[in-house]
Ligand binder design. Structure first.
Ligand SMILES: Cc1cc2nc3c(=O)[nH]c(=O)nc-3n(C[C@H](O)[C@H](O)[C@H](O)COP(=O)(O)OP(=O)(O)OC[C@H]3O[C@@H](n4cnc5c(N)ncnc54)[C@H](O)[C@@H]3O)c2cc1C
Length: 281
C-alpha cells in the first residue's frame, strides 16, 4: 500500500481527479454536495503556479464531461499570490471565467493573516466581474466582523470557518470558547444579511445552534448550507443530508497533501488516532 493511502487517505480523496470523482459519486449518493480542492499552496515558482492553473482548468473540463455539478475551492498562494498580485489576479480570471462558462462556482479559501488583505483585494476585483466566485473568512481573526460587513456590501458569498493557521494574539482570538462565540455571532449576521452563506464547521455546538436558529427564525433551509471536510464526522454529514439540510463536503485531492494533512492533525488530537487506525488496519 502506498504511503499516501496509509497516511493521508483518511482526509484526502486520492492523488488524481479520477480517484476524487469516485468519492464525489459516493457522497452524491448520500445526498451530499461537493467542493473539490486540488491541494497546493505557498507556490513561489511561476512554472508551478502555471501548472496549478492548468490543473484547475482541466478539472473544470473533467467536471463538465462527467456532468458533475461540484464547486471548486482553491488557495491564492497556489495561484501565484506570493509571486505577484497582478499575475495571481490574471490566473484567477482564467479559472473563474472558465468555471462561469459551465455554471460552476469557485470558492477562494482563506490562508494565513499575512495574506488576508491581499486575498480580499483580489476577491473584490473578481466579484466586480463575476457572480460565481466566493470567499472564506475565519472567525478567529479580530478583523473578520468588519470584513463580513464589507463582503456583504459587495454582495459576496461567504464561507465561515474558525481558521486553521497558527496566528498571534494580536490578530486572532486564542481561546476556543471565544472563537466559537464569535463564530455564532457571525453566523447570525450571515443568516440574516448575506446571500447563501456556508457554515463550515464540525463543531456539534455550532451545528446545533445553527439548526435551532434557522428553525426559530423560519429561515428557509435552502438559504444556506453546512460545509464539512472530507473524512471528518462522516455520520454527521450523512445525518444532516438525510434530515433535509443542505450539506457540502470539501474534498481535497492531489499530491501536495502534507500541509493540509498537518493542519488536520494539529487542530484535533483525535485525528492522529484516526490516521494511526487506518495505517495499521
Ligand atoms: C468546509 C470547510 C472549509 C474550510 N476552509 C478553511 C479555509 O478556507 N481557511 C481556514 O483557515 N480554515 C478552513 N477550514 C478549517 C477550519 O478553519 C477549522 O480549522 C476546522 O474546521 C476545525 O474547526 P471546527 O469548527 O470544525 O471544529 P474543532 O474546533 O476542531 O472542534 C470543535 C468540537 O467539534 C467536535 N468535533 C470536531 N471534529 C470532530 C470529529 N471529527 N468527530 C467528532 N467530533 C468532532 C468536538 O466536540 C470538538 O471539540 C475549513 C473547514 C471546513 C469544514
Amino acid at each position: 500500500m502506498k504511503l499516501f493511502t496509509r497516511m493521508a487517505g483518511s482526509f484526502v480523496a486520492g492523488e488524481t481527479a479520477e480517484e476524487a470523482l469516485k468519492q464525489v459519486r459516493k457522497l452524491k449518493d448520500k445526498g451530499i454536495m461537493v467542493t473539490l480542492d486540488i491541494l497546493g499552496e505557498s507556490v513561489t515558482d511561476r512554472a508551478q503556479a502555471d501548472k496549478a492553473v492548468q490543473d484547475y482548468l482541466d478539472l473544470l473540463d473533467i467536471l463538465k464531461e462527467n456532468k458533475e455539478d461540484c464547486h471548486v475551492s482553491l488557495k491564492l498562494t497556489q495561484m501565484g499570490l506570493d509571486i505577484e498580485e497582478e499575475y495571481c489576479y490574471r490566473n484567477m480570471v482564467r479559472i473563474v471565467s472558465k468555471a462561469k462558462e459551465s455554471g460552476r462556482f469557485v470558492r477562494i479559501d482563506m490562508e494565513g493573516s499575512d495574506v488576508t488583505q491581499k486575498t480580499l483585494d483580489i476577491f473584490y476585483r473578481l466579484r466586480k466581474e463575476f457572480d460565481n466566485v466566493g470567499i472564506a473568512v475565519q472567525a478567529y481573526l479580530h478583523r473578520t466582523a468588519k470584513d463580513v460587513d464589507d463582503i456583504i456590501k459587495a454582495k459576496g458569498k461567504i464561507r465561515l470557518c474558525k481558521g486553521a493557521y497558527k496566528e498571534p494574539a494580536k490578530v486572532a482570538i486564542k481561546k476556543m470558547k471565544d472563537i466559537r462565540e464569535n463564530f455564532i455571532k457571525l453566523t447570525e449576521t450571515l443568516l440574516r444579511e448575506s446571500d447563501y452563506p456556508a457554515i463550515g464547521s464540525h463543531d456539534g455546538k455550532i451545528i446545533e445552534w445553527t439548526k435551532a436558529y434557522v428553525e426559530e427564525n423560519k429561515i428557509p433551509r435552502d438559504a444556506f448550507e453546512f460545509q464539512l471536510l472530507y473524512g471528518l464526522r462522516n455520520k454527521t454529514q450523512q445525518k444532516l443530508a438525510a434530515d433535509g439540510w443542505r450539506v457540502r463536503a470539501y474534498v481535497p485531492f492531489g499530491t501536495h497533501w502534507f500541509p493540509y494533512f498537518f493542519r488536520r492533525l494539529r487542530e484535533r488530537k483525535e485525528n492522529v488516532f484516526v490516521v494511526l487506525k487506518n495505517m495499521f488496519r
